[in-house]
Write a protein of this length. Structure first.
Length: 549
């Protein structure tokens, strides 16, 4: 459907307030309208610029630019996808990024100003396995960026850069993100998009200051005004799914809106499903939805479940993408890259084993390092079969040149019999192959090619870890429940298991957990299938099981 703003959306687009808070339920058009408002702002700035460029004037004011800040890589990818048409020719004047990618960019560009060396990023998995001095972890980025903003020249430069800043999912900003936003802003207009009913990060560890009251903080800023979008979903204009999701958020499971959604088949619930057949059952549902011609979002709580399902879909030949496991993908790239470097004589075998250990650790969930990772690092005895497979890979790589090593590295997951993350490994191979070919073509000396490859991969890796890179749009996308914010698909499959952990809430009304359910149940344009595995559903979702067919 083409975007035709309604009356209230038009007010947002035409507004010129210094701080505008736009609130609305799921699918009411906050993000799309913000893109239209950015375009209108840039058009007005262009017009003023043209007026000032009268004959005789030597200098023109600089081109206006806008910054669009969001939380996750997945939201950024979808914002780009959904707003490209609305922004039209103004797209190049809009920087769309995540808070962490923004902080990382500041640190790499200006970090020297606060006395740091060129920063190197350490992933959470690497931090579990190795101690590396002078590295930055994900959670260090925002505090370090805020330190950097104390340098007057840096702040002055940034404040001159944007005349409008949009913050999507504003209800989930923590204290540091809010400080970053209000500090870099200078005189720029702020457009803040929020929905208190979608505040889902308040119980996450380290989420200081996250809560629906963040919206009041915005209204305390000088010149702030609030506009509420009408409670009409443009995602599902029948409003059947949003109304049912709203009733479920309020824990009114016997509400007429829920019954209507079930009777119309737009909401379909199955419960008591056998846990040991999860991947098969979900894959079959996805296959049926694809046959009906739907794009599908599959939401599940555990990374390990997502990875197993991904492997199952790969075997069924269903094209899909796993969203939000960037560490698993970046560590696949690193491990294969290390193998290519080993074949080129510039990395040790130990480096290959280290990178494999990081990959194995990042493909499982939880704090525990898997035994296989310790085996690869030589801290625990290896079974003879693993030793044999490693020796075979070692010999094959030693005999290969970098071009041949790419194929060996792509095959190494299967050859070594690694238990998880096959899809990521394949994806990494697809990304690496053209890079290696390009660098070998450009540089006659393979050593130069490998050096250029290092630089290209370093940049890509940082993008993945800061959620700056969007994923290709595939018809089936798998993601965690917390990554569903801002997303939409024709149909969604929500996988709920008896052993899922939905945070510290123990009793009704499950305020935060119910907001998560609301987000998850409002992503579909046409149909949502909820699949409950196991006989003992968590209290948060147990009433859904009672509604099962
Ligand atoms: N006026 C409109 N006319 C047609 N389509 C619209 C209109 N407003 C929004 N849409 C479409 O509705 C869908 C939901 O819009 P959008 O993602 O902007 O909503 P949102 O409020 O940001 O949602 P959420 O909070 O659930 O992420 C998008 O596909 C968007 O293109």
């Amino acid at each position: 459907m083409t975007y035709q703003p309604d009356k209230t959306q038009r007010q947002v687009i035409d507004a010129d307030d210094s701080v505008l808070l736009v609130c609305g339920g799921a699918g009411t058009g906050k993000t799309t309208t913000a893109a239209a408002a950015v375009r209108a702002h840039l058009e007005r700035a262009d017009q003023r610029r043209a007026e000032k460029a009268e004959p005789g004037r030597r200098t023109r004011p600089p081109t206006a630019r806008a910054l669009f800040l969001s939380f996750s890589r997945s939201s950024v990818a979808q914002i780009l996808d959904r707003t490209a048409d609305v922004l039209g020719p103004y797209l190049p004047q809009v920087e769309i990024t995540t808070f962490h990618a923004f902080a990382w960019r500041l640190l790499t560009r200006w970090g020297g100003a606060i006395g740091g060396a060129e920063p190197a990023m350490l992933s959470e998995t690497e931090a579990k396995l190795f101690r590396v001095p002078d590295t930055i972890r994900y959670q260090d980025m925002l505090p370090r960026a805020l330190d950097l903003l104390k340098v007057p020249a840096v702040l002055e430069h940034l404040r001159a850069r944007w005349t409008m800043i949009v913050c999507d999912e504003f209800q989930d900003t923590d204290d540091r993100q809010f400080e970053l936003l209000t500090t870099v802003r200078g005189d720029a207009r702020l457009l803040l998009l929020g929905d208190p009913n979608q505040c889902i990060y308040s119980d996450l560890p380290g989420a200081v200051g996250v809560g629906p009251e963040r919206l009041d903080t915005a209204l305390d800023l000088p010149g702030a005004r609030r506009i509420d979008l009408p409670d009409v979903s443009h995602r599902d204009p029948s409003n059947v799914l949003p109304a049912a999701a709203a009733a479920i958020r309020r824990r009114e499971f016997d509400h007429a809106a829920v019954t209507a959604a079930l009777d119309s088949g737009r909401l379909h619930i199955q419960a008591g499903l056998p846990t040991d057949q999860e991947a098969d059952i979900v894959a079959a549902v996805v296959q049926d939805l694809r046959v009906e011609g739907h794009t599908v979002g599959v939401f599940s709580h555990h990374i390990d479940a997502t990875t197993a399902l991904s492997d199952q879909l790969t075997h069924l030949d269903i094209a899909h993408e796993v969203i939000g496991l960037p560490e698993c993908l970046s560590s696949s790239i690193d491990a294969q890259h290390a193998m290519i470097r080993f074949a080129g004589g510039v990395a040790t075998w130990r480096a290959v084993l280290q990178r494999l250990a990081v990959f194995v650790t990042s493909s499982v969930r939880g704090k525990q390092v898997p035994n296989l990772a310790w085996m690869l690092l030589g801290k625990v005895a290896r079974p003879a079969a693993l030793d044999r497979r490693l020796d075979k890979l070692h010999a094959a790589l030693q005999a290969a040149d970098p071009a041949a090593a790419v194929a060996l590295a792509a095959d190494a997951h299967a050859q070594l019999g690694l238990p998880r993350g096959e899809r990521h490994w394949q994806h990494a191979a697809q990304l690496l192959q053209p890079q290696v070919v390009r660098q070998l073509r450009r540089h006659a000396d393979p050593a130069d090619a490998l050096e250029a490859l290092d630089a290209a991969i370093g940049a890509y890796r940082a993008d993945l870890l800061t959620y700056a890179t969007g994923e290709p749009a595939t018809p089936v996308q798998l993601m965690g429940l917390y990554q569903t914010k801002g997303r939409e698909a024709d149909a969604t499959v929500v996988v709920l298991r008896s052993n899922d952990f939905y945070g510290p809430e123990r009793h009704e009304p499950f305020e935060t957990g119910s907001r998560l359910l609301y987000v998850v149940l409002t992503r579909a344009r046409h149909k949502t299938v909820a699949l409950l595995f196991g006989d003992d559903p968590r209290p948060l979702v147990a009433p859904l099981a009672k509604l099962a067919m």
